[in-house]
Design a protein around this ligand. Structure first.
Ligand SMILES: Cc1ncc(COP(=O)(O)O)c(C=O)c1O
Length: 398
C-alpha cells in the first residue's frame, strides 16, 4: 500500500466563504512562490518597508510601529496584551462574542486583573454602558474591544468606544481581525492605541501574519514598562528594532508570507480602499437580502451588521453540520458553523477579500435553496437569488 504522502499535494479548489481563510488571488500565490531571501538581506528590508508603508495606509495611521507579527491573529492578541499589561494592571474587556472572551482570557494569562463587561450575543458594545462600567473601575490601564465580532457578525462603533475609554484615561486595544480591509478602520482619527488584525480575512493573503499598530502613547507605555515582557517572541521593543531600526536579528521572518502580504496589499492599493470597502458592503447587502428571502433569520442586530461576515439562524429541523458538509462535498463551498453560544444554531458566511464577489453570493444562495429543499425545508425557488440581485442592482442608488 502506498502512503498518501507519496502523492504530490493537490489541494481541491474550494470557494472559501467561511470566517477565514478567504480565497487567495493567484497573484498573491505567485508572489509566495518566488525565491526565498535571507531575513537580513537588504533586498528583504525593502520588502519589509513596502509592507509597513501599505499597512499604515490601510490602518489610516502614521504610527511608526505598524508591523506584521509572525503569527495568526491570536498571536497579535497575545502581543497586544503581553506588551501593554504588567502583572496586577487593571483591564476591562468588553465582550460581545467568542473573540472578546478569548481576549479576556489572554489578558488574564498576562497577569491583569480583568473586569468583564458582557453584551448579549448579536448586539454591539454600547458606549454608554461602557462609560457606566468604567466609572466602577477607576484607574484601568487598558480596555479591550472587538471591532468586528466574527462569532456573531456584529460591528461595534469603535470611535465612540475609544472616546469613552480615553475619558477614563485607559488605552484602547481594538481587535480588527475581521474588519481591516473590509470596513473602515481609522486608527489615528479614532484615536485607537493598539490595533491588530490578521492576513487571512479581508486582507486577502493566507493565514500566517498578523499586522499590529501602536500609537506613540502606547509604545511609550511598552518602552517604560517596569517588568520584562514575559514573551520573547512577541516582545515589541525587539520587533521594533528589527522592523524599524537596527534590523537586528530577532527571529527568522516568514519571508514568503511577507511577499504574499506585500502583493495582497498592492492589490488593495490598486483597487482603492474606499472601493474595496464598498465592494464588501455591496455583496453583503446581496447576501443579507437573499438569506432573508430564504426565510433565515439574521442574527446580528439591524444597524450593526458586519459586511465581511454574516450570521444566520439554522432553520428548525435542519441539521447544521449536514448542510455544511453537503455544501463542501457537493458544491465545493465552505461556510462556517456557530461558535460558543451559537454552536449548532448558526451559519457564518464570510465574504472577505477575494471571496467578496457577487458570483459567490449567487453560488451559495442557489446551493442553499437546493440543499434545504431536499432536507424538507420549504423553498420558493429563485426567491433568494432575485432578492440578492435586486439588492445588488439597487445598491449604488441607495
Ligand atoms: C475577531 C477575531 N479575533 C481574533 C481571531 C483569531 O485569529 P486567528 O484564528 O488568526 O488566530 C479571529 C479569528 O477568526 C477573529 O475573528
Amino acid at each position: 500500500m502506498t502512503s498518501s504522502y507519496m502523492t504530490e499535494l493537490q489541494p481541491p479548489q474550494k470557494v472559501l466563504l467561511g470566517p477565514g481563510p478567504s480565497t487567495v488571488h493567484p497573484r498573491v500565490l505567485a508572489a509566495m512562490a518566488t525565491p526565498v531571501m535571507g531575513h537580513l538581506d537588504p533586498a528583504f528590508f525593502q520588502v519589509m518597508d513596502d509592507v509597513c508603508e501599505m499597512l499604515r495606509q490601510v490602518y489610516h495611521t502614521n504610527n511608526k510601529m505598524t508591523v506584521p507579527i509572525s503569527s495568526t491573529g491570536t498571536g497579535a492578541m497575545e502581543t497586544a496584551c503581553a506588551n501593554v499589561i504588567e502583572r496586577g494592571d487593571g483591564v476591562l474587556i468588553a465582550r460581545n462574542g467568542y473573540f472578546g472572551i478569548r481576549l479576556g482570557d489572554i489578558a488574564e494569562r498576562c497577569g491583569a486583573t480583568v473586569h468583564l463587561m458582557d453584551t448579549p450575543w448579536g448586539k454591539p458594545v454600547d458606549p454608554n454602558m461602557l462609560r457606566d462600567e468604567l466609572k466602577k473601575h477607576p484607574g484601568l490601564k487598558a480596555v479591550g474591544v472587538v471591532h468586528a465580532e466574527t462569532s456573531t457578525g456584529v460591528i461595534s462603533e469603535v470611535k465612540e468606544l475609544v472616546d469613552v475609554i480615553h475619558e477614563a484615561g485607559a488605552l484602547a486595544i481594538v481587535d480588527a481581525v475581521t474588519s481591516l480591509g473590509g470596513h473602515d478602520v481609522r486608527m489615528d482619527d479614532w484615536g485607537i492605541d493598539v490595533c491588530y488584525s490578521a492576513t487571512q480575512k479581508c486582507l486577502g493573503a493566507p493565514p500566517g501574519l498578523a499586522p499590529i499598530s501602536l500609537s506613540e502613547a502606547a509604545m511609550d507605555v511598552v518602552v517604560k514598562r517596569e517588568s520584562k515582557v514575559q514573551s520573547f517572541y512577541f516582545n515589541l521593543k525587539d520587533l521594533e528594532s528589527y522592523w524599524n531600526q537596527t534590523r537586528a536579528y530577532h527571529h527568522t521572518s516568514p519571508i514568503n508570507m511577507t511577499y504574499a502580504l506585500r502583493e495582497s496589499l498592492r492589490m488593495m492599493m490598486e483597487e482603492g480602499l474606499e472601493n474595496r470597502i464598498q465592494r464588501h458592503a455591496k455583496v453583503a447587502a446581496g447576501l443579507r437580502a437573499g438569506v432573508e428571502a430564504l426565510g433565515l433569520k439574521l442574527l446580528a442586530e439591524d444597524g450593526a451588521r458586519l459586511n465581511p461576515l454574516t450570521t444566520m439562524s439554522v432553520p428548525d429541523g435542519i441539521e447544521d453540520a449536514k448542510v455544511r458538509r453537503t455544501l463542501l462535498n457537493e458544491y465545493d463551498i465552505e461556510i462556517g458553523g456557530g461558535l460558543g453560544e451559537f454552536a449548532g444554531k448558526a451559519w457564518r458566511v464570510g465574504l472577505m477579500g477575494e471571496s467578496a464577489r457577487e458570483r459567490n453570493v449567487f453560488a451559495l444562495l442557489s446551493a442553499l435553496e437546493t440543499i434545504l429543499s431536499k432536507e424538507g425545508y420549504e423553498v420558493a425557488f429563485g426567491a433568494s437569488l432575485s432578492a440578492a440581485q435586486r439588492a445588488i442592482a439597487t445598491f449604488d442608488k441607495d
